[in-house]
Design a protein around this ligand. Structure first.
Ligand SMILES: C[S@@+](CC[C@H](N)C(=O)[O-])C[C@H]1O[C@@H](n2cnc3c(N)ncnc32)[C@H](O)[C@@H]1O
Length: 241
């Protein structure tokens, strides 16, 4: 996908992009590929793949859940090189964005990127979701928590839902999805105060399958969650997939 194709397809899907925002994506691409030569941030290094598999893919919650993410506080858990948080923030300047990652080298990249793109209302946090999910400054403070390509559903629910206010949502962006996944998550949802709102399957323009799962936070997360760092992955509530 080229920059022009990116802009054209967003327009046909009802999300026209300004020249200025397209320039921000171009700067993001240049800085990501330059930085990636010294620090490993992404395995995707072909510019056309970055437009499609990082930028376009990151925007799919706005394309397919259009009225969901607006004027809200959003935390991107395991943001890596900024996906999906930064593309969502470039398009929607009203978003109050927090990017959390456990790797300092990724946070350093994000801090420099935010400065380069002059993005306001974006905060980075270095640490584990399990630790910050217990921190009173972060726990149940966000309208939305989102994650792309971070973990299996049961683990992700424990990482995301503690951050979400009652009445808010968690959004899981996945490339693979098995039919029983949501059924298998019922114990985790019960413990963490969530209820599945929607699962939406679609394809990227190149045919790659994607799924967006939205979870409503319907009651506070029990105090014992999240458990200590590493436990949600080692022993997910409700078992391994
Ligand atoms: C596969 S990368 C995905 C990055 C980005 N979301 C994307 O889609 O390109 C997973 C990221 O999650 C971070 N991560 C994994 N477990 C984490 C945890 N428990 N707390 C915070 N960050 C975590 C890793 O450091 C890594 O940057």
């Amino acid at each position: 996908m080229t920059a022009d194709e990116f802009a054209a397809i967003l327009k046909t899907k009802g999300l026209p992009i300004s020249e200025k925002n397209l320039e921000s994506f171009q700067k993001y691409l240049d800085f990501l590929l330059e930085y990636n030569q010294k620090v490993n941030l992404t395995a995707i290094t072909d510019p056309s793949d970055v437009w499609l598999k990082h930028f376009y893919d990151s925007l799919t919650p706005l394309l397919y859940l259009p009225s969901t993410i607006k004027k809200v506080s959003l935390i991107d858990i395991g943001s890596g090189a900024g996906f999906p948080g930064i593309p969502l923030r470039i398009i929607d300047s009203r978003l109050q964005l927090t990017l959390l990652d456990s790797l300092q080298k990724r946070i350093s990249f994000l801090d420099q990127l935010i400065e380069k793109l002059a993005l306001k209302n974006v905060e980075t946090v270095h640490g584990r979701a399990e630790d910050f999910g217990k921190n009173p400054n972060y726990r149940e403070k966000f309208d939305f928590a989102i994650a792309r390509a971070v973990s299996n559903t049961n683990t992700l629910l424990e990482l995301l839902l503690p951050f979400v206010k009652v009445g808010g949502k968690a959004i899981l962006m996945k490339s693979t999805h098995h039919e029983n996944e949501i059924f298998d998550a019922s114990k985790a949802l019960e413990e963490l105060g969530g209820r599945v709102a929607q699962t939406f399957s679609f394809e990227l323009p190149n045919g790659d399958p994607r799924v967006l799962i939205t979870i409503d936070k319907i009651k506070p997360t029990k105090n014992r969650y999240p458990r200590k760092a590493g436990t949600p992955l080692k022993s997910p509530i409700g078992g391994k997939p």
